[in-house]
Design a protein around this ligand. Structure first.
Ligand SMILES: *[C@@H]1O[C@H](CO)[C@@H](O)[C@H](O)[C@H]1NC(C)=O
Ligand SMILES: *[C@@H]1O[C@H](CO)[C@@H](O)[C@H](O)[C@H]1NC(C)=O
Ligand SMILES: *[C@@H]1O[C@H](CO)[C@@H](O)[C@H](O)[C@H]1NC(C)=O
Ligand SMILES: *[C@@H]1O[C@H](CO)[C@@H](O)[C@H](O)[C@H]1NC(C)=O
Length: 372
């Protein structure tokens, strides 16, 4: 008995050692390949002013109720890199969509930080998966910038190899730099995925429901100029807190209406127009407000819908089956919530059925997450 236990213990230890060795070899290979493919250091190329930054200029935008003035020289002096940064992609997502039989593509674009690996992993185990959902090809892409922490950067590179769901640029992560994710993502979409049907934008600390998103698109997605989400109408400008904007930069006390950044949906047909105006108007240092300015400049319209729960929602499996997004969910809770929602039988709700917890590559085999 004792000998048996010891034997099993020893074989367990040796199996662990083998997998650790394999993991080390593997990450070493990835790093080697990464180095080999690295382009020359950006510091060697002096940054020349791009045509884009030259065409950016002041704008007076009107929505019928107010006129909003964006003064380019002020934006240039307070947030120069937001105006002039030339988008440079360092990691690109891959798709598994077959070329022969393309389905309409829905991209779930999720802002994430290199340090938030646990959030991305929980999302991948639940909703952030590349798959067909009722005739649409749904693909999650995490939008990521840089940090100084090399371990975090290595993790992101590793995830990119493993899952092909990372789109990364070479600017640094930062609150105001989130606007660069908007601007550069529009540029990337316009040039790389011009055929995309719809784009959902959200955060990495959320419950997202791809099936409800697809149902919503089928029900409400026919207008080529309409953006959907939780609409904030003419919000008052904050002069303190994390979202503070100085009177020097923007003296008016109202913003144009914009969709809460917690989750919104826009049609692929609007991308071209959004990208066009993104090259012309000053880049506002708050990303959701910036997107509102872009939508106004591009003459797009809004449709408010309560099923974008951008300020959270007390757990109720049937309400979650209908929600497109619920903001503010920890990675540990996400897995439990997802499981509960799939199991629930709701009247008139969207059946969970074919949604399960996904197995995912881990080490050299597939793991299925444990339900609790
Ligand atoms: C915007 O309006 C202001 C006055 O409110 C005016 O001084 C400025 O020239 C206008 N700018 C543009 C680009 O039209
Ligand atoms: C724009 O800002 C500059 C200072 O950066 C100021 O001199 C100029 O008068 C402003 N223009 C308008 C139209 O407000
Ligand atoms: C934004 O990115 C630029 C370019 O990488 C960097 O210089 C700057 O420090 C970043 N800003 C913030 C607030 O992190
Ligand atoms: C903006 O769109 C409305 C209809 O939605 C249209 O009547 C108007 O002419 C458009 N304005 C511009 C400047 O394109």
């Amino acid at each position: 008995m004792g000998a048996n236990v010891r034997k099993r213990f020893l074989s367990l230890i040796s199996a662990m050692l083998v997998s650790i060795a394999m993991l080390l070899t593997r990450s070493w290979i990835i790093r080697q390949q990464g180095n080999k493919h690295q382009s020359p250091s950006p510091h060697l190329n002096p940054t020349l002013p791009t045509p884009n930054s030259l065409t950016r200029d002041s704008a007076n935008l009107s929505d019928g109720l107010y006129t909003y003035h964006l003064n380019m020289s002020q934006f240039q002096s307070d947030f120069p890199h937001l105006q002039t940064y030339k988008c440079s992609v360092t990691l690109t997502p891959q798709t598994e969509q077959e070329l022969g039989n393309p389905k309409p593509v829905v991209i779930m674009a999720i802002k994430s930080h290199p340090r938030s690996g646990a959030r991305r992993q929980a999302a991948r185990r639940t909703w952030a998966w590349e798959e067909e959902v009722e005739g649409y090809w749904v693909k999650t892409i995490f939008l990521i910038a840089q940090t100084e922490v090399s371990g975090q950067m290595e993790l992101v590179a590793l995830e990119s190899r493993e899952f092909g769901d990372i789109l990364q640029w070479d600017f640094n992560e930062g609150h105001h730099n989130l606007s660069l994710k908007e601007r550069c993502f529009l540029e990337w979409l316009d040039s790389e995925v011009p055929e995309v049907k719809f784009i959902f934008k959200g955060d990495d600390d959320e419950y997202v429901n791809p099936r409800a998103v697809v149902h919503f698109i089928k029900e409400h997605g026919s207008s080529p100029n309409t953006l959907h989400g939780h609409l904030l109408r003419h919000s008052t400008v904050m002069r303190s807190t994390k979202y503070a904007i100085s009177k020097t930069l923007y003296s008016f006390d109202k913003y144009p209406s914009f969709l809460s950044g917690g989750g919104f949906l826009f049609p692929g047909t609007s991308v071209k127009y959004l990208h066009e105006v993104a090259q012309k108007i000053p880049v506002f240092p708050l990303d959701d407000v910036y997107f509102g300015f872009l939508a106004l400049a591009a003459n797009l319209t809004y449709r408010h819908d309560r099923r974008f729960y951008v300020s959270g929602l007390a757990f109720n499996a049937c309400k979650y089956q209908e929600a497109l997004v619920v903001h503010g969910i920890d990675p540990e809770r996400l897995i439990n919530i997802w499981t509960e929602v799939q199991r629930a039988q709701c009247q008139g709700g969207q059946r969970g059925g074919s949604f399960t917890l996904k197995s995912f590559p881990c080490g050299n085999h597939m793991c299925t997450p444990k339900l609790s």
